[in-house]
Design a protein around this ligand. Structure first.
Ligand SMILES: Cc1ncc(COP(=O)(O)O)c(C=O)c1O
Length: 414
């Protein structure tokens, strides 16, 4: 038992060596990457797989019958099976590749919206949502005369379930909310909300962009209708996302975009469509990215998602404790269940100045509204600084972050 614990911690100790990006210096300093909620860095096995695929197996998928095309198609579809089993989906048709979580949510808002939303119907979201889980519903509101209701976030950055319930009416046709907030790190009580929605027969979409890199996923157990994933935050290639959509929906929903690949038969006056997932994957897909994403899942599985959670939580706790000791730092939110994200402000210093000064020390954080203007408006601030944790971070990274914040305060004489 002791040996297992030791070897796990060793894996995390040496983990930066698995990411080529950490070989370089930023402004002469080692890179301290605390921006994984924005996009994670890529391990060598993922980068190598992209090269290997382009060098030896590349072809477009699902079209030609030549050797390379068949090989590439098989590899592409293999990733679908790997994702299916990783998130414990029941059918491979439920796994749709998209260009990101944004496109996954737009796909649902468009197709479900076109077929099932009428004027006066309500979509329930929360004040924690990323713009990607608000703007697509706003388009639908404009197009169909639907109404968007917002469940409030309280002072600690949580959604109160009783307050949430008050927004559910007989007109509610979709509940769409984030798994983990990309500002406060709040882990939402997703199972509770899904059960509540199920009891009222309302479909649920989970924006799992921040959830998937940090949590065990079991969509059958969750029983959500849709779960959106961003592969580039899961140590995977850019330009790739996944929509999990329950079989019932992939069968019922119309196609999203029209083009090559998604049809069954095209005549001058009539078109029939392929079945899912092809129905939702119009045009040339991201072949190398999909193939390489299988290696991202392998990377996560080799470390173990529960070990990742534990490792990141230790660093998060350490970081929160250190930042809390600094009276000039105001940490946004204090949710009971929090993952990997520490957003903060320092009175008298604009978040962009914080990020710029930190960058001089090789510390990469994000500054801005993090695509959550509704939440920042509620907090009464235009922007915040955000340090977010990934598998490659360590307590030493947090020490450098805090030293750099001190330097920042000296520059601004705080
Ligand atoms: C909570 C949340 N939802 C959605 C998105 C958009 O994801 P993608 O970049 O895959 O479109 C992000 C990206 O930052 C996010 O943090």
């Amino acid at each position: 038992m002791k040996k297992v614990l030791w070897s796990r911690s060793m894996e995390f100790n040496n983990i930066k060596s698995k990411f080529p990006i950490f070989k370089q210096k930023i402004k002469g300093k080692p890179l301290i990457y605390l921006d994984s909620a924005n996009s994670s860095q890529k391990p060598k096995i993922v980068i190598d797989e992209i090269s290997r695929f382009y060098e030896t197996e590349f072809s477009n998928v699902g079209r030609s019958v030549h050797t390379l095309a068949v090989k590439a198609t098989n590899k592409f579809e293999e990733t679908r099976d790997i994702v299916k089993s990783y998130i414990n989906a029941k059918y491979r048709e439920e796994i749709i590749f998209t260009k990101g979580a944004t496109e996954a949510i737009n796909l649902v808002a468009n197709t479900y919206g076109d077929k099932f939303i009428e004027a006066g119907d309500e979509i329930l979201v929360t004040e924690l949502e990323h713009h990607s889980n608000y703007v697509p519903w706003h388009y639908l509101r404009k197009k169909k005369g639907a109404i968007i209701r917002f469940a409030s976030v309280n002072e600690v950055g949580e959604i109160d379930i009783d307050e949430f319930k008050k927004h559910i009416t007989e007109k509610t046709k979709m509940i769409a909310f984030t798994h983990i907030s990309n500002v406060t790190g709040t882990i939402m009580p997703i199972k509770k909300i899904i059960d509540l929605a199920k009891s009222k027969k309302i479909p649920v979409l989970i924006d799992g962009t921040q959830g998937a890199p940090h949590s065990v996923l079991n969509v059958q157990d969750l029983d959500c209708d849709f779960y959106a994933i961003s592969c580039h935050k899961m140590y995977g290639p850019n330009g790739l996302g996944i929509l999990y959509a329950k079989k019932k929906w992939v069968d019922e929903l119309p196609p999203y975009q029209g083009g090559g690949g998604m049809i069954s038969e095209v005549k001058k006056d009539e078109i029939s469509y392929a079945d899912s997932p092809t129905k939702f994957e119009a045009g040339t897909m991201q072949t190398a990215e999909v193939v390489a994403f299988a290696k991202s899942i392998k990377f996560i599985q080799d470390l173990g998602i529960k070990n990742i959670e534990k490792h990141e939580n230790q660093i998060l706790e350490y970081g929160l404790e250190k930042l809390r000791k600094d009276n000039s730092v105001n940490i946004i939110g204090n949710p009971k269940n929090r993952a990997s994200i520490m957003s903060f402000t320092i009175k008298g210093i604009h978040p962009h100045d914080i990020a710029t000064i930190l960058d001089d020390d090789g510390v990469a954080i994000r500054a801005g509204h993090h695509c959550c203007q509704i939440l920042h408006d509620k907090l009464g601030i235009p922007a915040s600084a955000r340090a977010s944790i990934g598998v490659y971070n360590s307590k030493e990274d947090i020490d450098v972050l805090c030293e750099s914040i001190n330097k920042c305060k000296k520059v601004f004489e705080i």
